[in-house]
Design a protein around this ligand. Structure first.
Ligand code: ATP
Ligand code: ZN
Length: 304
């Protein structure tokens, strides 16, 4: 193996995201919500960061872990399934772990599942003994089989895994599932979950030693701010002092009520950040419990 060249010192951060596909739009939306904006190149593969020295590289999702490992990119938005698979493959061939998951991003949810023909009477993993399992995730599957002490053969396929049992090239499959409709259409049923996946922010195992350290810390802080507020709303209302305890009880998913300065001994002005869904039904319930002038406000950003 040729000696590793240390990544050159850089003063800009480079993030790889999927060029097109399920994670492309939500990844851009998240980074835009973090205050990033870009000028796109003509080939649309590289976007130069305008608001901050943070550039985007638009690639295939499969390439993202390797780009981080090679120091070409600093971060990437990729499915945990892809990241764990490539980490498993690196371990298998004796390469050091060069990337890791920094944050789970709350979109692109799916599960890596084992599925068997509908006709099987599923008794448990031992049934896979001696069978052929088709997958695009050989490293994760091999590890799982080893953990379960099952000797089965892994048939690696790059796509259309779900038709392998019908074609006779495998007995069962291990593939990504979200709704389960594709499995059902191929007379397969999911029986075991190997991995709960979602999009993650992946980054290098090594710390940054140049300007990128500060940029990375800022990016992570902004991502945390966006993720924390994703489903949060600011709730404002007035209420008499003796109603406050009951109103707090009705808001178990909210921060403690904050009392805003008010004069006289009329109703208190209160506010709280609520992290669960605020339905009309909930508002009516709060009103019946003594909340007046209820207002629900969208929260755009916060450094709290
Ligand atoms: P690329 O051209 O970038 O290689 P792809 O075809 O490999 O694209 P997509 O189908 O866009 O990738 O899926 C990207 C990621 O979306 C998956 O790796 C996975 O993490 C997530 N995902 C969420 N739901 C599903 C699903 N039902 N099937 C496949 N992937 C899903
Ligand atoms: Zn891919």
């Amino acid at each position: 193996m040729s000696p590793r060249v240390a990544p050159a010192t850089r003063d800009r951060l480079r993030i790889a995201i999927q060029k097109s596909g399920r994670l492309a739009e939500p990844a851009r939306a998240l980074l835009t919500a973090c205050g990033l904006s870009w000028r796109e190149s003509r080939d649309k593969l590289f976007c130069y960061g305008e608001s901050l020295p943070i550039d985007l590289l638009l690639v295939r999702d499969d390439d993202i872990p390797g780009l981080i490992a090679d120091g070409v990119c600093d971060f990437g938005v990729v499915g945990r399934n892809e990241l764990d698979e490539q980490a498993g493959e690196r371990a298998r061939i004796g390469l050091p772990q060069a990337f890791r998951e920094f944050r789970a991003l709350g979109f692109g949810q799916c599960r890596l599942m084992l599925a068997v023909p509908d006709s099987w009477d599923w008794q448990g993993p031992q049934q896979l003994q001696g069978q052929r399992i088709a997958t695009s995730y050989p490293a994760i599957l091999a590890q799982w089989l080893q953990d379960q002490a099952i000797d089965a053969s892994v048939v690696e396929l790059s796509g259309s895994v779900e038709i392998a049992p019908r074609l006779g090239t495998a007995d069962a499959i291990c593939d990504l599932v979200s709704s389960g409709a594709t499995l059902a259409a191929n007379q397969l049923k999911p029986v075991e979950t190997l991995l709960d996946s979602e999009a993650v922010l992946a980054g290098p195992s090594r710390e940054f030693e140049d300007e990128r350290a500060g940029l990375a810390a800022m990016l992570l802080r902004r991502i945390d701010g966006v993720l924390k507020l994703k489903d949060s709303k600011l709730l404002m209302f007035r209420a008499h002092r003796d109603m406050v305890a009951e109103l707090s009880r009705l808001l178990p998913d909210a921060d403690p009520l904050v009392q805003l300065p008010a004069s006289g001994d009329g109703p208190l002005s209160l506010q709280t950040m609520c992290h669960g869904a605020i339905t009309w039904q909930r508002l009516e319930e709060l009103e019946r419990a003594g909340a007046q002038g209820l207002m629900v406000l969208k929260v755009e950003r916060s450094l709290a």
